[in-house]
Design a protein. Structure first.
Lengths: 484, 454
């Protein structure tokens, strides 16, 4: 039986277990369910869970482990003479798997009996010709054919064992839970313990994700630094990857582009977002607020690819034709300015909604005190509200900076791909995220530094944004405690 | 203002500070009022800038993209020559299958040349290649499929609308002018005039283009045939995976953290992790997907399953944050009442708290899904940029087959050489935004109808 059908069988058994468990609870209570510790459904669930969980767990682990174990066993059996070099072993393994699948197909179509499949040799040309007529060509390599037969028989045995084991476990769990269904059995507590376990398991996924991110970044970055010296990566000023070898993979031009674009984006979005937030929380009437706030939030809901296209098709040519070319500063549609401005637009709602929250958190008594002393509203805001809200606003700016550094689609479409270090904002430059996309899109060779460098760039990006986020969170949290 | 009543020595003074009427503002008050007005103006300007950016963005997308929903078709009588399409003369589709698509280009070209002569259109310098260039490369395949399905058509004259080339289509949408036609290698001034003549006589017409939403992507030189079908299916599959995985996991996590978790190191660690994951750049999730799901677990590239898993991990923090807020909004009196009549903690949560929090949870989930639908960067890394023209099968097998995704299709089209693809990209964005708008609308309606204030 294939794992899928084993799973279906187990689930059907579990459903049956639910019905039978419930009924049994009714019968052991002799028709009066007040004698039971829990409601009958809990007895049903109890049986279903004991039927399904252990066997499904075994099934899952087996399915994950089987390919690894079998590959290793078969790999050890292939004689060294058949393997030319290190890369060839992988090719031979996939040839073995392909051959085993072909034999399986032939048996399924009735072209081969099981006994013939087991005694297949390259010398048996009559049999091989018969298969070739049906478009199944088997390898003439005796070592591979031998390994493929082994592979097939191991997998068949494993599959048989798995079917037996998991069904046995399911039935065992079913019988055990049924036998324990007695009026004084605390079915509810057991079921609730299972649910609690599930809840905790789900909560751990957040940790697993972080661990997964860190592991995948660190592992491949380590491989990269084995191939390329870390000093040259972190302090190199030249980025000229070439898949033929002799690449120079210095990160500094990318870092410069990233920071320059983020700076422009922040210079645009922080004043606009902050003033918009101030106006909305301190001046605007509820009606204006009710219209403007949702409109600004629309900006936050627009996907970044839309901003990217906007930069590429509209803003880029506009800046080039109206500013850069008349001023003689550049001829490129994609530029630091384009990407920075569009990213600034994207960040407006981010800055304004965060600042709005923070400004609203400043106690009204501070404002009342200041206004009562005769200051104008703007003096109150500048001298009382903003200083009180400053740490929170700094936190918001840091979060916005982290967004800007990690933003991808706008810079991919708006900033260009030229790795250069220049002060002129109308020239095309490139960023860390652009190069991650560039190096990892398409076919990858995970043995070359040109591919692996993307992981080192990703690690750099992750560390930078993490530091900004943590700093922002610490600042915001500290500030919140001040008034609560 | 304080100046008017202060008895002490003035700190700020000048000629104008001499005692005058309270009704006449002195210079300092004027200055302060001006500063106040300026400050207010900054706020108004800031909001105006944001609004302007929003409207400009929407306007350009709509302007550039609406053309993609209209497509130009050629409708002339086409005589299907038996000598070309059925050289053996048996009308047997399996034999006619050997005739290459290229041969049908000649059929179309001859048909147009005859049409031009019949209608008395005379244009100087019109070459054979100009006739052929009016038709899309897709048109031959269109004609060939039609003939193969219906062999009786051979030797007859049919009049079916076939796709016009993107350059001809561009003339109708103002993308190609007579001046630009002279420069472009693919077009000529004579062809431009021919197209105008055809339009006058009704042989070229533009109509609504459903194929844009249903057909798969097309190759670089057939912009007029490219559609979003595969991308929409791929996105739908991914949303399905995200919904099925992230809703239960997110709700379970939130229930644990909000209702059961003791205050200890582990829960602190989970909390910190969730708030950090919400701020990790999306491209890092793409790297995780590539390293963990494709390289380590061996899942296929370009498949919706990998995209769905990556987007699930990205959406989880959003769902968890909104679910926790919804759970927290259920007043403790509900829990107390349930516990008071003897419900267990688990029964309290699942029978009473969770149903009351459901509208809030669903709203958060829809907003999370909308975010996931527009996400592009991580999908680029897991191979969703591949050129896919086959519709994936129905789930579950279809989840493992190559597909595209809506936002990635937009990116894909921006990388093509033909500028007709930019119009397609903007059109795809209109479709994407329409989906997002619909989802947000559902979320707002849910919130309005079912949200309870306690």
């Amino acid at each position: 039986m294939s794992p899928f059908w084993i799973m279906v069988t187990i689930l059907v058994l579990a459903a049956l277990g639910y019905v039978l468990g419930r009924r049994r609870a009714g019968s052991v209570a002799a028709g009066d369910i007040r004698g039971l510790h829990s409601r009958p459904t809990y007895y049903g669930w109890n049986v279903a869970l004991f039927t399904a969980l252990p066997s499904l767990l075994v099934l899952l682990m087996w399915v994950l482990a089987q390919p690894l174990v079998v590959d290793r066993a078969i790999g050890a059996n292939i004689p060294e003479s058949a393997v030319a070099d290190a890369g060839a072993r992988g090719r031979i393994m996939s040839e073995v798997q392909g051959t085993a699948i072909s034999i399986g197909e032939a048996v399924n179509k009735g072209l081969l009996t099981e006994a013939e499949a087991r005694s297949l040799t390259p010398d048996n040309t009559a049999l091989l010709d018969r298969l070739a007529d049906e478009d199944i060509t088997l390898t003439p390599n005796p070592a591979v054919l031998e390994a493929a037969k082994d592979y097939r028989s191991i997998n068949q045995n494993a599959s048989r064992t798995l079917t037996g084991l998991s069904l046995l476990l399911a039935l065992g769990g079913f019988g055990w839970a049924m036998a324990r269904t007695r009026p004084d059995y605390r079915a509810r507590n057991v079921v609730e313990r299972f649910i609690r376990g599930f809840l905790i398991l789900c909560s751990l996924i957040a940790i697993a994700t972080t661990v997964g991110i860190v592991l995948s970044l660190v592992f491949e970055s380590y491989n990269f630094f084995q191939l390329y010296p870390w000093q040259d990566f972190f302090f190199g000023t030249e980025w000229t990857p070439s898949f033929g070898g002799g690449s120079r993979l210095g990160m500094l031009p990318l870092l410069w582009g990233t920071l320059y674009i983020s700076l422009i984006a922040l210079l645009f979005s922080v004043p606009v977002g902050l003033f918009a937030a101030i106006y909305m929380s301190e001046y605007a009437t509820p009606r204006v607020r009710g219209v403007v706030k949702p409109l600004i939030e629309i900006l936050a809901g627009i996907p970044t690819i839309v901003y990217g296209l906007f930069a590429l098709v509209t803003v880029g040519p506009l800046i080039r034709d109206w500013i850069a070319q008349p001023a003689g500063l550049g001829n490129s549609g994609s530029s630091v300015m384009t990407a920075g401005l569009v990213m600034g637009i994207m960040l407006i709602p981010f800055v304004s909604s965060l600042s709005d929250d923070i400004i609203n958190a400043v106690p009204q008594s501070l404002r009342d005190g200041s206004l009562g002393l005769g200051s104008t509203p703007s003096e109150t805001i500048r001298n009382v509200v903003l200083p009180a809200a400053l740490p929170g606003i700094v936190g918001a700016v840091l979060l916005a900076a982290s967004r800007a550094i990690g933003e991808t689609m706008i810079v991919v479409l708006g900033a260009g791909a030229m790795a250069q270090t220049s002060l002129n904002p109308f020239e095309a430059m490139t960023t860390i995220t652009v190069k991650i996309v560039g190096q990892l899109t398409g076919d990858n060779d995970f043995a070359s530094p040109e591919t692996l460098v993307a992981f080192a760039l990703g690690l750099t990006l992750f560390v930078m944004t993490l530091a900004l986020n943590v700093a922002a969170l610490v600042i915001v949290r500290k500030y919140r405690e001040q008034y609560e | 203002m304080s100046d008017a009543t202060s008895a002490g020595p003035r700190r700020v003074g000048g000629p104008a500070a001499a005692r005058t009427s309270l009704l006449v503002a002195d210079a300092r008050t004027k200055r302060r009022n001006a500063a106040e007005a300026r400050f207010r103006a900054y706020g108004v300007i800031a909001i105006a800038v944001a609004m302007l950016a929003l409207f400009f963005l929407m306007f350009t997308i709509l302007r550039d993209g609406s053309g993609a929903f209209w497509q130009t078709y050629v409708k002339i009588p086409v005589a299907i020559d038996a000598a070309v399409v059925d050289p053996k003369g048996n009308r047997d589709p399996s034999e006619m299958d050997d005739v290459l698509t290229m041969s049908y280009a000649g059929v179309l070209q001859d048909a147009l040349a005859r049409w031009t002569a019949d209608n008395g259109v005379e244009i100087e310098g019109l070459k054979d290649s100009d006739y052929a260039g009016v038709f899309s490369n897709q048109a031959r395949a269109q004609l060939r499929n039609m003939v193969l399905q219906n062999p009786e058509l051979v030797d007859q004259t049919v009049e079916v609308p076939v796709l016009a080339a993107s350059t001809i289509d561009g003339m109708f949408k103002g993308r190609v002018t007579e001046a630009s036609a002279a420069i472009d290698k693919r077009t000529s001034v004579a062809q431009f005039q021919l197209a105008n003549a055809m339009e006058e006589k009704g042989a070229l017409a533009t109509r609504f283009n459903w194929d844009f939403v249903t057909q798969p992507d097309a190759s670089d030189n057939r912009a007029e045939a490219a559609g979003l079908g595969v991308a929409i299916i791929g996105s739908a599959y991914m949303m399905l995976i995200v919904l099925v995985l992230s809703l239960p996991i997110g709700v379970a996590t939130s229930i644990y953290l909000e209702e059961f978790a003791p205050k200890n190191k582990l829960t602190d660690l989970i909390e910190v992790n969730i708030s950090n994951l919400a701020a990790v750049p999306s491209i890092v999730f793409g790297i995780l997907g590539l390293a963990a799901f494709i390289n380590f677990m061996g899942l296929p590239r370009s498949a919706p399953i990998v995209g769905g898993l990556v987007l699930t991990l990205m959406t989880l923090p959003t769902i968890i944050i909104s679910t926790r807020a919804a759970l927290r909004a259920v007043p403790p009196s509900i829990r107390d009442a349930a516990l008071g009549v003897g419900a267990s903690k688990m029964q309290t949560v699942f029978h009473h708290v969770l149903p009351l929090a459901m509208p809030g949870i669903l709203t958060g989930t829809i907003i999370g899904l909308a975010q996931a639908l527009g996400e592009t960067a991580p999908l680029l890394l897991i191979g969703m940029v591949a050129f896919v023209t086959e519709y994936p099968a129905a789930p579950p097998e279809g989840l493992f087959e190559p597909a595209s995704a809506l936002p990635v299709q937009v990116y894909n089209w921006t990388q093509r050489a033909d500028s007709a693809f930019f119009e397609r990209a903007s059109g795809a964005i209109i479709v994407l935004l329409a989906f997002l708008f619909a989802m947000n609308l559902v979320a707002i309606i849910l919130r309005r109808r079912f949200e309870r204030r306690w």
